[in-house]
Design a protein around this ligand. Structure first.
Ligand SMILES: [Zn+2]
Length: 256
């Protein structure tokens, strides 16, 4: 099971905690799990999880929601410093901009030195009502027990290395080439995939589309359409949607 599916099963959207530690060896898996929880906290439409369609969900996916802050250590620093954590504390005391919560994702929280961890502890002891803290860690044992005990700990399963789905790569390279017939043929090939292959296709399209959007090789509008088609198809996978449906939904996303 991948990190995202695991966290979807693990959290109760109706009852989110103030603070989580998300532990796991894969940094991308930790971040996507955190983004999912952040999206759940900020979505005002979803029942039992983020809707994936509202303005809040879209902004989280595009990395532009003003109420999600990703805290990282500076490139030239080995540790998250107490100065960084004090900055988080003062920012957390400000009301959210748009949503009902301010979500702070703290990457490599296990690199906080003791002083920084104590600053974090102070925040966790008296968290501002509308704030949420997601501490990402490779090695949770490096966090002091008092920090650990104030967080709900999610331990992600070990993730197999990502092997992109061939059909997904074909679709995006045809889109980049702007070749309509190649694109249509690549999308039609999706209708032959089995359930596992479709899930991998969705993962591949999400990751690779995000990359194309960042690199500017595909238009933002197209990328948004594709990501939203992926969300929708993934939502329907629970009710055993057919490969034919996924294929037609992708046709609409690329040509619609
Ligand atoms: Zn939503």
């Amino acid at each position: 099971m991948d990190a995202l599916s695991y966290v979807k099963n693990h959290i109760d959207a109706g009852h989110l905690f103030h603070s989580y530690i998300i532990s796991g060896s894969d940094s991308q898996g930790r971040l996507s799990a955190a983004m999912y929880i952040g999206k759940t906290a900020l979505c005002r439409e979803g029942r039992g999880g983020p809707c994936g369609k509202c303005t809040d969900c879209r902004k989280v996916e595009l990395g532009i929601h003003p109420d999600i802050t990703v805290v990282r250590k500076a490139a030239d620093e080995k540790n998250l410093t107490v100065a960084t954590m004090r900055d988080v504390r003062s920012r957390a005391s400000v009301m959210p901009n748009e949503g009902d919560r301010s979500v702070f994702i703290i990457e490599d929280s296990d690199t906080m030195n003791l002083q920084a961890q104590n600053a974090m502890l102070k925040i966790l002891e008296e968290p501002p009502e509308y704030s949420m803290f997601l501490l990402l860690a490779d090695n949770v044992d490096r966090l002091i027990p008092t920090v650990r005990s104030r967080c709900e700990i999610i331990t992600l399963p070990h993730e197999e290395s990502y092997s992109p789905c061939r059909e997904g790569i074909d679709i995006l390279s045809a889109a980049v080439k702007n070749s309509g017939w190649e694109l249509a043929a690549a999308i039609m090939a999706v209708s032959k995939l089995n359930r596992g292959e479709i899930l991998n296709l969705i993962t591949t399209l999400r990751r690779e589309t995000a990359r194309h959007m960042a690199e500017g090789t595909l238009s933002e509008e197209l990328c948004e359409n594709v990501i939203s088609a992926c969300d929708e198809c993934e939502g329907y996978m629970d009710v055993n949607v057919s490969a034919g449906y996924v294929s037609s939904r992708l046709l609409a996303a690329f040509f619609g």
